[in-house]
Design a protein around this ligand. Structure first.
Ligand code: C5P
Length: 220
């Protein structure tokens, strides 16, 4: 199976309070995007396309290996992945989509996703259980309902797809559609999505506290 990796790295550093795109913020002196590319490569996905902000192409080219392909992302994550997918050649039979914002995802997780695709899954996502009590609130912030958490899962990346399933789903999706992950795109197109075990180390860096935790993790 020939798999190509996509890293969505075109987001801003706003919620992190950073003065640059989040993917360029350093963790142990290396930009987050470099960690994410390493995860894919160490897990066996050598061919990687990274979607970056249009005005930061040079900055990304400076920090990433020469054989990583860069494309200009869009104003939403969905648009960025769409742009990167257009750069994935027809020679690939699988695509793994990963977030630059998940720097410490272990390569084992990439292997699990690849194995599920090899075993015949058309789409697969890593998931973790929900451990907190989870509620629905009304417009005033009052608790309206408690959800049965035993059927809920938190979804991580990398998410794996048969290339044709992902390409067809994006072709079918309206151009301005905005979904929070790629499994939602293929599910909307009617493709069943399988799950594999996720990993707490693959947590997303969103706010400064997440980055502080990641720094602690790499210093241990
Ligand atoms: O903002 P959030 O952390 O949820 O974004 C998830 C990933 O999607 C990040 O790695 C971010 O760089 C990427 N992204 C993107 N293009 C956008 C917005 C987010 O590639 N326009």
């Amino acid at each position: 199976m020939h798999a190509v990796g996509i890293v969505a790295a075109a987001g801003s550093g706003l919620r992190l309070g950073a003065d640059r795109p989040k993917a360029l913020v350093p963790l142990a002196d290396r930009p987050l995007v470099c960690w994410a590319v390493d995860t894919l490569r160490d897990g066996g996905v050598a061919d990687v396309v990274v979607a970056v902000p249009g005005d930061e192409l040079c900055a990304f080219a400076t920090v990433l290996p020469l054989d990583v392909r860069l494309v200009v992302g869009g104003s939403t994550r969905t648009a960025s992945v769409r742009a990167a997918l257009a750069a994935v050649g027809t020679g690939a039979d699988a695509v793994l989509v990963h977030d630059a914002a998940r720097p410490l995802t272990p390569p084992d997780l990439v292997v699990r996703v690849l194995e599920a695709l090899s075993a015949g899954a058309r789409a697969v996502v890593p998931v973790l259980p929900v451990v907190d009590t989870t509620v629905v609130v009304d417009d005033d912030g009052g608790v309206a309902d408690t959800v049965d958490r035993s059927v809920l899962r938190r979804v991580q990346t990398p998410q794996g797809f048969a290339r044709d399933a992902l390409v067809d789903a994006y072709a079918w999706l309206p151009p301005d559609a905005e979904l929070t992950d790629d499994a939602a795109v293929v599910r909307a197109a009617g493709v069943p999505v399988a799950t594999v075990a996720g990993d707490e180390r693959g947590a997303k860096v969103t706010v400064p506290h997440d980055l502080a935790l990641a720094e602690l993790q790499v210093s241990r």
